[in-house]
Design a protein around this ligand. Structure first.
Ligand SMILES: O=C([O-])CC(=O)C(=O)O
Length: 161
Protein backbone atom coordinates (compact mmCIF):
# COMPACT_ATOMS: atom_id res chain seq x y z
CA UNK A 1 0.00 0.00 0.00
CA UNK A 2 1.56 3.26 -1.11
CA UNK A 3 1.36 6.04 1.45
CA UNK A 4 0.73 8.54 -1.36
CA UNK A 5 -2.34 6.52 -2.45
CA UNK A 6 -3.57 6.40 1.14
CA UNK A 7 -3.30 10.18 1.44
CA UNK A 8 -5.20 10.58 -1.83
CA UNK A 9 -7.99 8.22 -0.80
CA UNK A 10 -8.11 8.66 3.02
CA UNK A 11 -6.67 12.11 3.75
CA UNK A 12 -8.99 12.75 6.70
CA UNK A 13 -8.12 9.41 8.31
CA UNK A 14 -4.32 9.48 8.15
CA UNK A 15 -1.76 11.58 10.01
CA UNK A 16 1.74 12.14 8.64
CA UNK A 17 4.72 11.79 10.98
CA UNK A 18 6.88 14.56 9.60
CA UNK A 19 10.35 13.62 10.86
CA UNK A 20 13.32 13.12 8.52
CA UNK A 21 13.65 9.36 9.13
CA UNK A 22 16.49 7.25 7.84
CA UNK A 23 15.64 3.82 6.46
CA UNK A 24 17.63 0.64 7.16
CA UNK A 25 16.98 -2.99 6.25
CA UNK A 26 15.96 -4.77 3.07
CA UNK A 27 12.23 -4.23 3.63
CA UNK A 28 11.32 -0.65 2.73
CA UNK A 29 7.49 -0.79 2.83
CA UNK A 30 5.58 -2.17 5.80
CA UNK A 31 2.37 -1.75 7.71
CA UNK A 32 0.68 -3.23 10.74
CA UNK A 33 -0.79 -2.63 14.16
CA UNK A 34 1.21 -0.57 16.61
CA UNK A 35 2.82 -1.53 19.89
CA UNK A 36 4.79 1.15 21.75
CA UNK A 37 7.73 1.67 24.06
CA UNK A 38 8.81 4.97 25.60
CA UNK A 39 12.34 5.02 26.99
CA UNK A 40 15.10 7.59 26.83
CA UNK A 41 18.57 6.32 25.81
CA UNK A 42 17.73 2.89 27.26
CA UNK A 43 16.80 -0.28 25.41
CA UNK A 44 15.88 -2.87 28.04
CA UNK A 45 12.13 -2.49 27.46
CA UNK A 46 12.54 -2.34 23.67
CA UNK A 47 14.53 -5.60 23.67
CA UNK A 48 12.04 -7.27 26.02
CA UNK A 49 9.14 -6.31 23.77
CA UNK A 50 10.88 -7.53 20.62
CA UNK A 51 11.59 -10.81 22.40
CA UNK A 52 7.84 -11.51 22.43
CA UNK A 53 5.93 -12.75 19.34
CA UNK A 54 5.43 -9.79 17.01
CA UNK A 55 2.63 -11.31 14.90
CA UNK A 56 3.24 -8.67 12.23
CA UNK A 57 3.06 -5.73 14.61
CA UNK A 58 5.25 -2.64 14.39
CA UNK A 59 7.11 -1.43 17.44
CA UNK A 60 7.08 2.36 17.75
CA UNK A 61 9.77 3.54 20.15
CA UNK A 62 9.82 7.04 21.55
CA UNK A 63 13.45 7.56 22.48
CA UNK A 64 12.92 11.26 23.00
CA UNK A 65 14.69 12.09 19.73
CA UNK A 66 18.12 11.33 21.13
CA UNK A 67 20.82 10.45 18.62
CA UNK A 68 23.53 10.42 21.31
CA UNK A 69 23.22 6.68 22.03
CA UNK A 70 21.98 3.75 19.92
CA UNK A 71 19.01 1.79 21.24
CA UNK A 72 19.01 -0.91 18.55
CA UNK A 73 21.85 -2.82 16.88
CA UNK A 74 22.26 -5.96 14.81
CA UNK A 75 21.61 -8.35 17.71
CA UNK A 76 18.29 -6.79 18.65
CA UNK A 77 17.38 -6.43 14.96
CA UNK A 78 17.90 -10.19 14.67
CA UNK A 79 15.56 -10.78 17.63
CA UNK A 80 12.98 -8.56 15.94
CA UNK A 81 13.27 -10.57 12.73
CA UNK A 82 13.09 -13.96 14.45
CA UNK A 83 9.96 -12.98 16.40
CA UNK A 84 8.06 -11.77 13.31
CA UNK A 85 7.78 -8.06 13.99
CA UNK A 86 6.91 -6.27 10.74
CA UNK A 87 9.17 -3.33 11.56
CA UNK A 88 10.33 -0.73 14.02
CA UNK A 89 10.09 3.05 14.05
CA UNK A 90 12.52 4.72 16.45
CA UNK A 91 12.48 8.34 17.55
CA UNK A 92 16.17 7.87 18.30
CA UNK A 93 19.29 6.17 16.93
CA UNK A 94 20.62 2.73 15.96
CA UNK A 95 24.12 1.28 15.53
CA UNK A 96 25.62 -1.57 13.47
CA UNK A 97 23.77 0.23 10.72
CA UNK A 98 25.55 -1.52 7.83
CA UNK A 99 24.71 -4.94 9.26
CA UNK A 100 21.13 -3.92 10.03
CA UNK A 101 20.77 -2.55 6.52
CA UNK A 102 21.71 -5.96 5.07
CA UNK A 103 19.07 -7.80 7.13
CA UNK A 104 15.49 -8.73 6.14
CA UNK A 105 14.08 -6.14 8.52
CA UNK A 106 12.33 -2.78 8.30
CA UNK A 107 13.79 0.03 10.39
CA UNK A 108 13.15 3.77 10.54
CA UNK A 109 15.19 5.94 12.90
CA UNK A 110 16.53 9.46 13.21
CA UNK A 111 20.24 8.70 13.09
CA UNK A 112 23.14 6.46 14.02
CA UNK A 113 25.53 6.39 16.95
CA UNK A 114 28.35 3.97 17.79
CA UNK A 115 27.58 4.31 21.49
CA UNK A 116 25.52 1.62 23.24
CA UNK A 117 22.41 2.41 25.18
CA UNK A 118 21.91 2.38 28.93
CA UNK A 119 20.41 -0.77 30.50
CA UNK A 120 18.35 0.43 33.44
CA UNK A 121 14.90 -0.65 32.24
CA UNK A 122 13.43 2.81 32.72
CA UNK A 123 10.40 3.69 30.62
CA UNK A 124 6.90 2.53 29.75
CA UNK A 125 5.32 -0.03 27.42
CA UNK A 126 1.99 0.09 25.62
CA UNK A 127 1.14 3.75 26.14
CA UNK A 128 0.36 6.33 23.42
CA UNK A 129 3.54 8.11 22.31
CA UNK A 130 3.77 11.31 20.27
CA UNK A 131 6.47 12.62 17.95
CA UNK A 132 6.68 14.20 14.53
CA UNK A 133 3.23 15.75 14.98
CA UNK A 134 1.33 12.47 15.45
CA UNK A 135 0.30 10.14 18.27
CA UNK A 136 1.01 6.44 17.93
CA UNK A 137 -1.44 4.46 20.07
CA UNK A 138 -1.26 0.71 20.62
CA UNK A 139 -3.65 -1.04 18.24
CA UNK A 140 -3.78 1.82 15.76
CA UNK A 141 -2.28 1.17 12.35
CA UNK A 142 0.92 2.49 10.79
CA UNK A 143 1.83 2.55 7.10
CA UNK A 144 5.42 3.12 5.99
CA UNK A 145 7.14 3.35 2.63
CA UNK A 146 9.82 5.45 0.92
CA UNK A 147 7.56 8.52 1.03
CA UNK A 148 6.89 8.52 4.76
CA UNK A 149 5.15 7.29 7.88
CA UNK A 150 1.34 7.50 8.20
CA UNK A 151 -0.84 6.63 11.19
CA UNK A 152 -4.50 5.67 11.08
CA UNK A 153 -6.91 4.68 13.85
CA UNK A 154 -7.69 1.42 12.04
CA UNK A 155 -6.60 -0.67 9.09
CA UNK A 156 -7.50 1.07 5.82
CA UNK A 157 -8.70 -0.39 2.54
CA UNK A 158 -7.83 1.23 -0.76
CA UNK A 159 -10.76 1.71 -3.16
CA UNK A 160 -10.84 -0.58 -6.20
CA UNK A 161 -9.07 0.91 -9.21
O1 LIG B 1 22.83 -4.18 22.83
C1 LIG B 1 22.56 -3.04 22.46
O2 LIG B 1 22.51 -2.07 23.23
C2 LIG B 1 22.24 -2.79 21.03
C3 LIG B 1 23.15 -3.55 20.17
O3 LIG B 1 24.30 -3.26 20.05
C4 LIG B 1 22.62 -4.69 19.41
O4 LIG B 1 21.41 -4.89 19.39
O5 LIG B 1 23.42 -5.37 18.77
Amino acid sequence: MKTADLVDSHDAEVAFCHLPFLSFGQISSFNGPIQTVKSFEDNVLLKAELSKPGNGRILVVDGGGSTRLAILGDIIAGIMHDNHWAGIIINGAIRDSEEVNAMEVAVRCLGTSPKKSAKTGDGQVGIPVSFGGVTFAPGHWVYVDADGVLVARKQLVLPEE
